[in-house]
Each structure stands twice: as C-alpha cells, then as structure tokens.
Design a binder for this molecule. Sequence first.
Ligand SMILES: Cc1ncc(COP(=O)(O)O)c(C=O)c1O
Length: 396
Amino acid sequence: MNLEEDFPFLNRGIVYLDNAATTQKPNQVIEAISNFYRYHNANIHRGVHTLSIEATEMYEKSRERVASFIGAKSKELIFTYGTTSSINFLSQSLIKSEVLKEGSIVLLTAVEHHSNLLPWQNLKRYGVSLKFVDSDENGVLDEDKIINSMENVSLISLTGLSNVTGQRIDLEKVVKEAKKRGILVHIDGAQMVPHVKVDVSKLDIDFLSFSAHKMLGPTGIGALYINEKYLDAFEPFLVGGGMIDRVTLESSTFTNPPEKFEAGTPNIAGAIGFAAAVDYLNSFGMENVEKIDRELTKYALEELKKLDFVDIYGPKDERQVSIVSFNVKGVHPHDVASILDEEYKVAIRTGHHCAQPLMRKLGVSATCRASFYLYNKKEDVDRLVEGLKRVKKWIG
Ligand SMILES: Cc1ncc(COP(=O)(O)O)c(C=O)c1O
C-alpha cells in the first residue's frame, strides 16, 4: 500500500484538512467504479442476461462487504444516498410502521448535525416531541446527562462523533443504559464509522447511518443499518419499482428485505465504489486509521494550544478524534481559510458546519475546522500552524 501512488491528489502539494466534509478517493475506488461502467454496466435484479446477472452479483457482494465492515448481516444493510437520506428514511419509516406515534419522545443532543435534527423535527406534525441534551459552553457532551434525560423516551438519535468538536461519545455507556430502559438507539455514524472500528453486533444499537464519501468512497451513496429484528415489521418509506412482490391497480405487496427498502434503480456503481473503499480501509487496518487520526488530533491540539491568539472548541483531550475546531481571535473564519488556501495551500472548512444550534452555544457564527484522515501527516499540522501565525501577522 503506497499512499502517494494510491492518492494522486497528494502530488498537487495541497494539504487537505477538510476530510470531515468529504475525503479524497484512492485509485482503487475510482478504478472499481470505472471498471463497472466499462465492462459490467446493466441494471440489477430484473434482468436474466449475463451483464445484468454480473451487475446484480457485484452490487450484492458490495452490500455484503459494507455490512461486514460494521459487523452487520447483509440483509440488515440498506443502501441510501448518504447519511441525510438514511436518517430521513429511518424517521419516516418509524412513523409509517407506527413505532413512533403521537406522544412518542425522541431524545437528541444540541450538538447534532442538521441532518440528525431536521428529519426528527419533521415528525412533530405527527405528534412526536423532541427533547434535547445540552452541551457545555465548549460544545462538550456529558454522557451522564444523556442517561439522566432518558425518562419516557422512545428513541435516542445521537452522533457517534461530533462533526464540529470531534468528540467521540462513549456509546457503550449510553447504549447500555438505553437498552435497560427499552429505548431504541440510532447512531449518526457519518463521522464515527470512517474513523473508528464499529461493530453493531457488539454495540447493540438498532440503527446506524453513514456516508461512503467520508470514508474514501464516492458521493451519492451511503447506508442505513437496521437491526434484523425490525426488518419484517418495518414499512418502507420509498415505494415503487424493484421492491415489490405482487402489484394490482389498487394495492401491492413487497418483496423481502433489504430489497423491500430500495425502491427504484439504486446507485449501483456507487455501491461498488463504497465496497472498494471499505476494502481499502480493511487492508490499511481501521486500528491504524484511528491511531493516525488520534495522533494528528493530539498533535494539532498541542500546537494550537501554544497559539494565544487562537480559541479552540471541544473537549481538547483524548476524547477528540480527527477533528479540531478553532477560531483566530478577531478574524472571520473565511478570511483565515482564504489566507491558508492562497498562501499555504492548506484546505480547511469554515462556517457553521450544519450545526447552527451548537454555534449559538459556542457564542460564534462560524468556526475554522481542520479534519484529518489516513493520508495526513504531522507536517500538515505544521503547515496549518505556520499559516495561522501568518494570519496573526496580517491582523497585526
Ligand atoms: C455528523 C454528521 N451527520 C450527518 C452528515 C450528513 O452527511 P451527508 O451530507 O453525507 O448526508 C454529516 C456531514 O457532514 C455529518 O458530519
């Protein structure tokens, strides 16, 4: 495995620290996608010709590999368009299946990404109410506070790793308590699954959402894990071609899971690219990914703490994985990012990171965010710090 060969973008000299938004793609993923389109392209499931059989096999093998990456059974993994689509799908299916109904309470936290907030706000029209666990003024969540808020709750939907502070939540502790109380658990794994080894069978959660593009895969594809005990009872949110058993003009019956949940032609090449991405991560070793992410985060925190003109948000300790949010006192984050980009070729993200309620808690409208992945090095952090010192000079 040779990172420089696998990731041609590294030769452009750009220090890419925007991995929480989306990661770069290795040649192995790009090749898997173009190989499908070049030699095996056909629609799946419905054809009896060779190409269609090949495409179906490639798609279903991809499902197996992505499912096994999170310790799930193949039928428990539904391909979606990404985390946002997974959470919309889940929340609407819970209503359609009457698992959530008038009077149900969903517990969320105040640090959630908008994609793990708005789909639940949508359920208010059905009489579902939302309850929130607040963070401290640094955006840090306290697991005990989550546990103490569980009374009368039907479902908890919680990020596994905050996209703003990088805080890795102690899920084992929270899930254990939720299960004792018979509460369903959905984890927004958009940032967690790419960076730490997740095994849903050990974690004992009910639902998990994640996106391929944040873990070396293509955009436009993600997954929703649904524990097998709900598969039969669950009503699909999307209906149409490809998921039926028998259709009359007035009514229809559905086929078995997981196809039951995948109406229409799916992103076949995307699924194949997704599987190539998890193959890459498996060969690299998720323990090595986490080690690199943790080391770089620790180093970045150490170096940023030395800069008295920088405010850092989040726990600022070992709970933080792969993401560091900060601001340069008196400078708008967009100006910081522009100087870093133009003069140092360092790419960071700035803005509210789809977490406006958390920004209000932090008392800012936006932050700078540096986020790491397996191809980043300590020198990348050094270049970021060098650039920030230049920003400081610029403001005088
Ligand atoms: C924690 C978290 N949840 C959900 C999402 C939404 O993911 P996607 O845009 O891939 O649907 C993101 C994306 O940044 C995220 O960081």
